[in-house]
Design a protein around this ligand. Structure first.
Ligand code: NAD
Ligand code: DAU
Length: 358
């Protein structure tokens, strides 16, 4: 019998984490990658320019809600795994317009699960045993912590507070149900805030870098004392690879950097690094640009992840500290002006006007 190509299907691979994951995968694994992405405002094929000449990489533009397309793709490529990143991911956008979040994050995940179930049911022997559906989710499903609360574990009760986190929580529950009801070999990862190259500048860290170097106000929500647990994106990608290879079907794994930082401290550390790297920018010191603005409605105060399970069971540990990761990230944005010009288009400027009246 003809040996099948070893392939994984990635959804949402043209976004921030998905594109980092594909580049990381191609550098470390031999299997082919098929990337299904709708190319919403957040999807950018330019993130994958360096993979475009790799014969193992194939891009397909399409929607995870399109069940016929997914069915056809699974039959054609016969992947051994689906790594599911595709989502609407920005909390502020979910507050302005939740519809797309329900459509993609809930209905899209449901479509993918249904087609994966059908495909998996048709597999036999080693192919069936090897198949995995890895669902990439977030720490936000657990809600908000007080200053003294213990970090989230895999058994923390779900308590999502935004339309975004509620839609991710719904998708996590569907994934769980497909394991318990149908035996579909699923894995779920819940990760804390990522940062690094290719992050769309609607999110805090790239937005602060671009505003600081451009001499624009740096918007800090509320009192700036909200805490996030920051993880460099490549560490997240490595964690996903560990879970895919060694994770136990039906289990969930929390991923975090043990890097809890207050937003205002994140902003100040970026400003100080830029003072040294860019002394001739229009406004110096960069921290003069910090502007406190109206808080995000329902703004979660603190997230923190207990990553003991993935560390002890799968041997994963982050390589970057916040200090090393933020330095790499700032340098990447300073060295990639063409990428920045490509993403800060009319649609981006319109979002800035809607959200910040800028
Ligand atoms: P992103 O917004 O940068 O990218 C999302 C990608 O999904 C884009 O390429 C977009 O085009 C694609 N997409 C959206 N709707 C689609 C659809 N209907 N069909 C096919 N493709 C579609 O997001 P990200 O920050 O890279 O996050 C990726 C995943 O990781 C998400 O599921 C998110 O919930 C999760 N996550 C993100 C973080 C973080 O800090 N960014 C942390 C933990 C978990
Ligand atoms: O925790 C994981 C989550 O992290 C992911 O699931 C989400 O997809 C991802 O977007 C991120 O959500 P946050 O809301 O935490 O990230 P964001 O970068 O939007 O905001 C980080 C913090 O900074 C948050 O407390 C809000 C604040 N903030 C954000 C922006 C965009 C500001 O103070 N000013 C801003 O302009």
């Amino acid at each position: 019998m003809e040996k099948r190509a070893d392939t994984i299907l990635v959804t949402g691979g043209a976004g921030f984490i998905g594109s980092n994951f594909i580049l990381h995968w191609l550098a470390n694994e031999s299997a082919n990658v098929v990337n299904l992405d709708k190319l919403t405002y957040a999807g950018n094929p330019a993130n994958l320019l360096s993979a475009s000449s790799d014969r193992r990489y194939k891009f397909l533009q399409g929607d995870i809600c399109d069940r016929d397309l997914i069915a056809e793709l699974l039959i054609t490529h016969r992947p051994r795994a689906i790594v599911h990143f595709a989502a609407e991911s920005h909390v502020d956008r979910s507050i302005h317009g939740p519809d797309d979040f329900i459509r993609t994050n809930v209905n899209g995940t449901f479509s993918l699960l249904e087609e994966a179930r059908e495909y998996w049911a048709g597999l036999t022997g080693a192919e069936k045993d090897a198949f995995r559906f890895l669902h990439v989710s977030t720490d936000e499903v657990y809600g908000s912590l007080g200053p003294e609360d213990a970090a989230f574990t895999e058994s923390t009760r779900y308590s999502p507070n935004s339309p975004y986190s509620a839609s991710k929580a719904a998708s996590d529950h569907l994934v769980r149900a497909y394991f318990h009801t149908y035996g579909l070999p699923v894995l779920t990862t819940n990760c804390s805030n990522n940062y690094g190259p290719f992050q769309f500048p609607e999110k805090l860290i790239p937005l602060v870098i671009l505003h600081a170097i451009g001499g624009k106000p740096i918007p800090v929500y509320g009192d700036g004392q909200n805490v996030r647990d920051w993880l460099f994106v490549t560490d997240h990608c490595e964690a996903i690879r560990s879970v895919l290879t060694r994770g136990k079907g039906g289990e969930t794994y929390n991923i975090g950097g043990r890097n809890e930082v207050k937003n205002l401290d994140v902003v100040n550390s970026i400003c100080s690094a830029l003072d040294e790297l860019r002394p001739n920018d229009p406004v110096m010191p960069h921290a003069k640009l910090i502007t406190f603005v109206t808080d995000r409605p329902g703004h979660d105060r603190r997230y923190a992840m207990n990553a003991t399970k993935i560390e002890s069971e799968l041997g994963w540990k982050p390589r970057e500290t916040f200090e090393t990761g933020i330095r790499k990230t700032i340098l990447w944005y300073l060295e990639n002006d063409a990428w920045i010009q490509g993403v800060t288009t009319g649609a981006y400027r319109q979002w800035m006007a809607t959200q910040y009246s800028l």
